[in-house]
Design a protein around this ligand. Structure first.
Ligand code: C2E
Ligand code: MG
Ligand code: MG
Length: 964
């Protein structure tokens, strides 16, 4: 109420002052201001002449007095701070009474003080000398120069004021009582504002003590700065601590710098700009250093310091506005909350700017701006207070252990599992994300209600887990179950709980947490898959392959129908592909090949990637030799099919090695055998299928030894030929012989050609060996024909691939035919299918020319390869030798049918048939029925030495002679 009353008085007084000031006519030439008894305040400025730089001795003409005489007066400067400036005005008392008035020049006026080089106030007038009478008497006042003037009725007096500053912002003539009232009115207002500001500063400081957050000290600093500012502005400081004249600007500039400094700090601290924006922090620190420097500067040059502080305030407000708008758009709460305060700050600054530039010019604006500052701090106080009390009790650091635990549980995001054992009620907390989508209704109730939503495989485990914990009364549940969610999908849920015992030692509750761990579980499965599968093709890797081989091996041991075949497939020249087309293309090719191979498999077979371009395969679905061969051929074809890549066609081939599963085989060994076979296929030029042969084993290690031994053997004559009779099935007569190489090794004894022929083939020694065999066989055939006189007796000689490639074969054959005068058709050359198929074009050419010589051609080991008979008939064979493996496995039910079809087909194509390795009489009968021409087997005769063979022939001849 007092405050309002004060304002009222203040305003009415000011209205009077302004009204009167307007009424007084401005007098540009020095003209006396006439005074009547009832004016309260007259603005003397318009009627005052200012004389600048007139030195310490000032002369001026007075206005004409009542007597009309103009005098000259001379005034001597007395003040040590005299500026050399002088002000002259004249007053006329036209009334009939003596009038007392106060001449008042305030030290500081915010209005029109200026922005950049502000006028920060100072003593204005040192003394006033009248044209008559004594110098005016100075009245006590700390913020204005006040002089008492007494004017007698009818006098006109000129006054010369000695100025102590360059400017005289305001000069008024007051009625003493009115002046006192105005001062009093302002004092009340100032007191209230100061009180509020002081309280706010103290309050915010206390808040800072209670709450550590940086925004509180920043707000408190601002409050103190405001308090300091209005203390100075309201001339309160003077009263506590009298200032030396001339010190006032320093204080004023200092408080302005403090305002600028604390406002910047507050903005920064409140918006928490240092948390993410490093650059902002750095620029703020620089800014603050500048402002702190300003504080120091204000001691030396308050005017500049204050100018910069005022600019800084404007800059802070501008930048702050931009920041607040920006952050508010990003939904930053604090920025939104600061908007009203900041609007007020900007409004205040605009008003301040209008005031200091003189756009607003009245007496209440300066105290009003002081009040505005307090209002701003009040608003800031409210804003930060919200933060002081937000967060409730938890923010205070006063947590009970219970609360801490419950907060921790909420923090993990796990759901609560609480099984009240005696009432058999499970509570599964449904709040939060932990069990989103779960059938919460079924999970809250008796334990048995869980069973229907559990995965069938997990039900027993769940029951067992709960039962066990009840029985043992200790331990922990840590289990993972699958629960069906509302959509019918299963989620992995981890349950971790502990029993709570009652006073009787029985389990009363079981409490813990539930958590959806589906993602974790999936990742685990993925990891497991990755550990056992190849990353690129997704096929099992070597480890898993070995494991599967082990399992199949055990199965093969117990089940007679399981005959696995192990394949090792390696792409030929794959490194070249990688080099030419890049790794990425190489990967694509591997992926493609992997998929193609996989497509050929039956579900029970398995394919794996063993290494870079190596695949392993366990074939279980096919057991029969022909079918396995056909399967191998399919693999070869699948690899060979062109791969289209970016409009380019890449054709790759593969080398395929395979190995059957012998009894009691070790998986590693079998795989090694298949690998050896594969390497052999590679050695033969790739794009080939090679079954494992024991000889391959020596190719690695003992191979060198064997090689040199073989070379020596040939020179020492350790090699010889054995002759196995080929008999006519119809009658059992010997129709001819097959020449088979023999090596009697001095240390190792007899070595099978199956072992040394591949070695000889790979070294090139086979050429000499082959020539020797051809020569020797032809020679012996000639001997036998002469011995028996049977010129149809024939001799078969095995030909190897190297021999076939050489041009000399035809010449060699021609030579032996002529040398031993043999009928050409009695010399037969045996070639295997794979040998012919290695280079079909060239073979066809060669075989045709051999045929033109008249020699016979036999297709050896038919049935172990994989080409169709019809295809092979492109070559001019005249005899077909069915491989012994066909007749050996005679427990297969479909064998007679295959045998039948081979023989009939061969006959249809005009071929004679030799059955190798016939073992039983039953077979003989069967073959006879099929009209198979010849047989070659141990049953009839093993391979014989030449002597034994010729003895056998002559015995038979004698026998026949005797019979006839
Ligand atoms: P091949 O041409 O199929 O020769 C027949 C093989 O079957 C011979 O084995 C023979 O002893 C064997 N055999 C004959 N009857 C039976 C039987 O009833 N049961 C069983 N289990 N085996 C029987 P051998 O002498 O060990 O020769 C193996 C292979 O070595 C030959 O198979 C042939 O491919 C190759 N070979 C032999 N001599 C030469 C040669 O001078 N030059 C070339 N390049 N290869 C030869
Ligand atoms: Mg043969
Ligand atoms: Mg054979």
């Amino acid at each position: 109420m007092r405050f309002l009353f004060g304002r009222f008085v203040l305003l009415s007084l000011l209205a009077g002052v302004l009204g009167l000031a307007a009424l007084t006519a401005p007098a540009w030439a020095l003209e006396p201001v006439s005074i009547s008894g009832d004016d309260t305040a007259i603005d003397l400025k318009p009627a005052t002449d200012i004389y600048r730089n007139r030195g310490n001795n000032f002369q001026v003409a007075t206005v004409p007095g009542a007597d009309g005489i103009v005098r000259r007066i001379e005034v001597e400067a007395k003040s040590p701070r005299a500026s050399g400036n002088w002000a002259v005005f004249a007053l006329a008392n036209n009334s009939d009474d003596q009038i007392d008035r106060l001449v008042v020049a305030p030290h500081f006026r915010l209005v029109g003080s200026g922005l950049l080089w502000p006028d920060l106030g100072s003593q204005r007038i040192a003394s006033i000398t009248p044209s008559q009478g004594f110098a005016l008497e100075r009245q006590p006042s700390s913020d204005a120069d006040v002089f008492l003037v007494t004017l007698d009725p009818g006098t006109v007096i000129t006054f010369v004021a000695e100025l102590t500053s360059a400017k005289l912002p305001d000069l008024r003539l007051w009625e003493p009582n009115a002046y006192k009232d105005t001062i009093n009115a302002f004092t009340l207002y100032r007191g209230i504002v100061l009180g509020i500001a002081g309280l706010l500063a103290v309050f915010l400081t206390i808040l800072f003590v209670v709450k550590g957050s940086a925004m509180f000290p920043a707000a408190a600093a601002l409050a103190w700065a405001v308090l300091a500012y209005i203390c100075i502005d309201f001339d309160f400081w003077q009263k506590l601590m009298p200032l030396q004249p001339g010190q006032e600007p320093i204080w004023r500039a200092g408080t302005e710098a403090a305002l600028a400094f604390s406002l910047a700090i507050f903005l920064f601290a409140y918006l928490n700009l240092n948390r993410w924006h490093r650059a902002v922090s750095i620029s703020l620190v620089l800014w603050l250093l500048l402002l702190a420097g300003l504080g120091a500067l204000s001691v030396f040059d308050p005017v500049i310091a204050s100018g910069i502080a005022r600019l800084s305030l404007a800059a802070t407000a501008g930048i702050g506005l931009a920041l607040i708008i920006g952050l508010a758009f990003h939904g930053f709460d604090r920025a939104v909350m600061l908007i009203p305060t900041w609007c007020l700050i900007i409004l205040w600054l605009v008003a301040g700017w209008m005031t200091i530039t003189g756009r607003i010019d009245n007496d209440i604006i300066q105290p009003a701006l002081g009040g505005g500052l307090v209002l701003i701090v009040l608003l800031i106080g409210f804003t930060v207070m919200q933060h002081a009390f937000a967060g409730g009790t938890f923010a205070q650091g006063l947590l009970s252990d219970m609360e801490r635990r419950s907060l921790a549980l909420a923090g993990t995001g796990d759901a609560v599992f609480d099984w009240d054992v005696s009432r058999d009620r499970i509570f599964a907390g449904a709040d939060g994300e932990a069990l989103a989508g779960m059938p919460i209704a079924s999970m809250n109730g008796p334990a048995r209600d869980w069973l229907p939503v559990l995965h069938p495989d997990d039900r027993d485990r769940f029951k067992l887990t709960l039962d066990t914990i009840l029985e043992h009364r200790r331990g922990r549940i840590s289990q993972e179950f699958r629960l069906r969610d509302e959509d019918g999908h299963y989620h992995w849920v981890s349950l971790r709980a502990r029993p709570v015992l009652g006073s009787d030692g029985e389990v009363v509750r079981c409490v813990g947490t539930l958590k959806d761990v589906t993602d974790l579980k999936k990742a685990e499965e993925r990891l497991l898959h990755d550990a056992l599968h190849d990353q690129l093709t997704g096929l099992p890797n070597r480890e898993l392959f070995m494991d599967r081989m082990q399992a199949i091996g055990i199965l093969a041991e117990t089940r007679p129908d399981v005959h696995p075949t192990i394949f090792v497939i390696d792409l030929d020249r794959f490194k070249q592909v990688n080099d030419d087309f890049g790794i990425a293309t190489g990967d694509t090719i591997l992926l493609t090949v992997g998929r193609r191979l996989k497509r050929i498999l039956k579900p029970q077979d398995s394919l794996a990637r063993l290494g870079s371009d190596q695949f392993g395969l366990i074939l279980v679905s096919e057991t029969e030799v022909g079918a396995v061969a056909a399967f191998a051929e399919m693999l070869r074809e699948a690899i060979k099919a062109p791969i289209m890549l970016a409009n380019r066609e890449i054709v790759l081939t593969g080398s395929i090695g395979l190995s059957g599963w012998a009894e009691q085989a070790v998986p590693e060994e079998v795989l090694k055998e298949a690998e050896l076979a594969m390497y052999q296929a590679k050695r033969f030029g790739g794009d080939r299928i090679e079954p494992f042969r024991p000889a391959y084993k020596t190719i690695g290690s003992g191979r060198l030894q064997l090689e040199s031994d073989l070379r020596r053997a040939f020179e020492r004559g350790e090699l010889s030929l054995a002759f196995q009779p080929i008999v006519r099935l119809d009658g059992g007569a010997v129709a001819g012989f097959e020449a088979l190489m023999r090596w009697e090794h001095p240390k190792r004894g007899a070595i099978s050609p199956a072992e040394f022929v591949p070695v000889a083939e790979s070294t090139g020694l086979i050429v000499q060996l082959g020539q020797y065999a051809l020569e020797e066989a032809a020679k012996r055939l000639g001997d036998l024909q002469r011995l028996t006189g049977d010129m149809s007796l024939f001799m078969s000689v095995n030909i190897s691939s190297r021999q076939l490639i050489r041009q000399d074969l035809i010449a060699d054959v021609k030579t032996v035919l002529e040398r031993y005068r043999l009928p050409p058709e009695t010399l037969k050359l045996e070639l295997t299918e794979s040998l012919v198929m290695d280079n079909p074009e060239r073979s066809a050419q060669l075989l045709t020319r051999l045929r033109q010589l008249g020699v016979g051609l036999s297709l050896d080991d038919f049935g172990t390869g994989y080409s169709s008979l019809a295809y092979l008939m492109r070559f001019p064979f005249e005899t077909l030798k069915i491989d012994q493996s066909f007749l050996r496995n005679n427990n297969q039910p479909q064998r007679p049918i295959i045998l039948h079809s081979i023989v009939t087909m061969a006959h249809d194509l005009g071929l004679k048939v030799v059955a190798e390795g016939v073992e039983s009489d039953l077979d003989v009968v069967q073959l006879r029925q099929l009209n198979c021409e010849y047989a070659q087997s141990f049953m009839f005769s093993p391979p014989l030495t030449f002597e034994a063979a010729s003895r056998m022939l002559s015995d038979r001849m004698n026998g026949m002679k005797r019979a006839s």
